[in-house]
Design a binder for this molecule. Structure first.
Ligand SMILES: NC(=O)c1ccc[n+]([C@@H]2O[C@H](COP(=O)([O-])OP(=O)(O)OC[C@H]3O[C@@H](n4cnc5c(N)ncnc54)[C@H](O)[C@@H]3O)[C@@H](O)[C@H]2O)c1
Length: 240
């Protein structure tokens, strides 16, 4: 992808699923990749993104960066009436506050250096309702609002965009859905399957590259057509 070679990229939650595939894709593009994650590993700075002091300590070791993929997230399936304070706080701290603390730390360096790209991993859960994920959905909708506000505030120096994946086959998804549930979901997606983490990684690489220079404040859905129609859309077929 145009202009990516040699760029310094930080990926939060880059040890698993979409984040791991994205980190690998940027390495393949010739970037230098640093991962912020809770557990140690190669190229990893350990950091719970929901803890602002830890984010500041992690960024003290990153003097400059060109791209932030703000991707760490948790999702816990619960009926809304059963969501306790501990779960609510964990989901909000990781998915929304953590995304903001990392974006803020990245932006202070990018503004000083004169450029950068910040990409949030939101979700189709930000755009339409889903049962049993009220806390998660609220955080992802918050990321869409953050994307638009930060894009305005940091333009023209930093481009800020959000990606809204639909269903992606990752450890997060496999932890919450039985094989039968995954099949049931696949039958309802127009393209008939989950996305792969690598497909999302390709979109992040494109949005970070120079050919995407006019994207900012955008919310880009990649969901196999899942949210293209209403829930009462009829079955497919000629003339349907
Ligand atoms: N899998 C899907 O279907 C799907 C759909 C839409 C959006 N998403 C979003 O994509 C992102 C990646 O999810 P995934 O499916 O790859 O899940 P995953 O569980 O495989 O990866 C999540 C990553 O975030 C890290 N993480 C979690 N809490 C953290 C914290 N407090 N500090 C630092 N790192 C933390 C985890 O260690 C892991 O590396 C998440 O934001 C998720 O909400 C996933």
């Amino acid at each position: 992808m145009k202009g990516l070679a040699g760029r310094k990229v930080v990926v939060t939650g880059g040890t698993s699923g979409i984040g791991a595939a994205t980190a690998q894709r940027f390495r393949d593009e010739g970037c230098e990749v640093v991962i912020l994650a809770r557990s140690p590993g190669p190229d990893v700075i350990t950091c719970d993104v929901g803890d602002r002091a830890q984010v500041e300590r992690a960024f003290a070791r990153i003097d400059s960066l060109d791209v932030l993929v703000d991707n760490a997230g948790v999702s816990l399936r619960s009926a809304a009436v059963d969501i306790g304070e501990e779960q609510w706080d964990q989901v909000v701290a990781t998915n929304l506050s953590g995304a903001f603390w990392t974006a803020q730390a990245a932006a202070s360096r990018m503004l000083a250096d004169g450029g950068g790209v910040i990409l949030f991993t939101a979700s189709t859960n930000a755009l339409v309702g889903y049962r049993y994920y009220a806390d998660y959905n609220a955080t992802k909708a918050g990321l869409v609002a953050l994307t638009k506000s930060l894009a305005l505030e940091w333009a023209p120096t930093i481009r800020v965009n959000a990606v809204c994946p639909g269903y992606v086959l990752t450890p997060m998804q496999e932890a919450e859905y039985t094989p039968e549930m995954l099949e049931q979901v696949n039958r309802r997606i127009p393209l008939g399957r989950h996305a792969t983490p690598e497909e999302l990684a390709g979109l992040f690489a494109y949005l970070a590259c120079d050919e995407a220079a006019y994207f900012t404040g955008s919310v880009i859905v990649m969901d196999g057509g899942e949210t293209a129609g209403s829930v009462v859309s009829g079955p497919g077929g000629p003339g349907a």
